[in-house]
Ligand binder design. Structure first.
Ligand code: C5P
Length: 203
């Protein structure tokens, strides 16, 4: 079996940065699974489709293209919160699951980051890390990244986390055997080093 690392956690906790860094360090492929959900939402917003229309959302998810994955609006908080609205639709999650599982079996190893990698996509992953940070630290980081107001971002993150944690389909939660990594008071380098140490132990 190819080596698989599952990295989950709430918005802006550092999952993406840590995943990219350890993938590079160990030569693993990396998939940001949030980008799949963001691409569905961004496409629907562009086409003026109703995000509450579960049928439309699952259709977009089933026919997602490479082009949708590089949508200009992908990183905006509008696409992020739109993603969390369509991510509660079971048919959307089903449509995106096979691609994620296939990717996770890549030759040479893979790192996937998201909300349900260690619980649903790869419950058998070799390493599971759940990355958290205080809501204030996460809002400050995201606001700096987007050049927006931290107070506004904080409100959006809290709403998004609540929706992700409370949905019935694959809710955001740490797997029972996940290593909890709180990055509130850690530098990027220290957080990456801690994740890399967990991978080293399991290799
Ligand atoms: O990680 P990111 O902020 O890009 O994710 C956007 C949204 O996509 C999340 O708030 C969540 O609702 C959804 N998502 C998910 N499952 C994943 C990854 C992302 O439901 N594995």
């Amino acid at each position: 079996m190819e080596f698989c690392v599952a990295i989950d956690g709430p918005a802006a906790a550092g999952k993406g940065t840590i995943s990219k860094a350890v993938a590079k360090q160990f030569g693993f492929a990396h998939l940001d699974t949030g980008a799949l959900y963001r691409a569905v939402a961004a496409k629907m917003l562009e086409d003026d489709e109703d995000l509450d229309d579960a049928g439309a959302a699952s259709r977009v998810a089933r026919f997602l293209t490479e082009e949708d994955m590089s949508h200009a609006d992908l990183r905006s908080e509008r696409a992020g919160s739109g993603a969390s609205r369509i991510a509660g639709v079971p048919a959307v999650r089903r449509a995106l699951l096979e691609f994620q599982r296939d990717f996770s079996h890549r030759k040479g190893g893979a790192v996937l980051d998201g909300r349900d990698i260690g619980t649903v996509v790869r419950p058998d992953a070799n390493v599971k890390i759940y990355v958290t940070a205080s809501p204030e630290a996460r809002a400050a980081r995201r606001a700096a990244e987007l050049g927006t107001d931290p107070a506004e971002v904080l409100q959006q993150l809290i709403e998004r986390d609540k929706r992700d944690a409370e949905r019935a389909a694959a809710p955001m939660k740490p797997a029972a055997d996940a290593y909890l990594l709180d990055t509130t008071d850690l530098s990027i380098d220290a957080a990456v080093a801690e994740a890399a140490a967990r991978i080293d132990e399991a290799l």
